[in-house]
Design a protein around this ligand. Sequence first.
Ligand SMILES: NC(=O)CC(=O)C(=O)O
Length: 301
Amino acid sequence: MATDAKANRPFRLALIQMGGVTADKTSNLAHARDLIHKAVNPQSGEKPGVVVLPECFNSPYGHVHFPKYAESVGFKKGETYDVSNSSSDSVKMLSQAAKDCGVWLIGGSIPEKGEDGNLYNTATIYNPRGELVAIHRKIHLFDIDIPGKITFKESTTLTGGSELTHVDTDYGRIGVGICYDVRFPELAMIAARKGCIAMIYPGAFNLTTGPLHWELLQRARAVDNQIYVSMCSPARDMTAGYHAWGHSTVVDPMGAVIATTEHDEDIVYADIDPQKIAETRAGIPVTTQRRFDVYKDVADF
Ligand SMILES: NC(=O)CC(=O)C(=O)O
């Protein structure tokens, strides 16, 4: 276990629950840019250090839309990525906004055309200089069928990513997943054990799964791993093909909801304090009491 509260620093997190996503990508990007600027210049209160956009903020959400909206991001792990050469309008906007606002930016997710020709649901992550420092390709695709309620099959056009994403920010290490990834506890557990102070998931649950599972899953991931967990949703639009749950939320390491909202466009702020992780782990030391010697075979089943 590697979380060092001394090396980590408190910061304010801002979740942009963006509304008004239309079929017009240019207007979606302009709206997202305006909201990033709004989030870092709140009427009152401190400037956030980390800003998050929701899943699929530049296009409607649905497998039929992904091929039309996909952009080549061109990120190569371990190489300095020159955003000015990017052919992606979304990457260029996000990079400039992160730089102009001087914040770490988890740029929601966009449909990405990978170098292998496959399409991915991808989060791009920027430092305050506007450099693209990491991407996360949604690992677990949202393929569900609840008769009479919702059928969704991202795998019709998307491919799942195959890498975990942990980003070293000025405030500490942050793990990134996308939406359905939250249902797989292994991601958050590995992130916590690799020293992440938070797992952040741009996500878009819906009116069937949202009421029961959205908050429950975040609280479960937080309390299991004694880290902060947060999900950032689009606002709900009942005229869209997909009805997002909203309720962008931040949960602390004890499992308490410390910030949330309803389903309209909003910006949610929360203070992240690494000391709270240390206190939680000192009081309830499950993190060091785990018996991997007993359950080491879990992957064999
Ligand atoms: N949209 C998703 O990826 C996941 C979701 O809505 C759910 O798990 O429920």
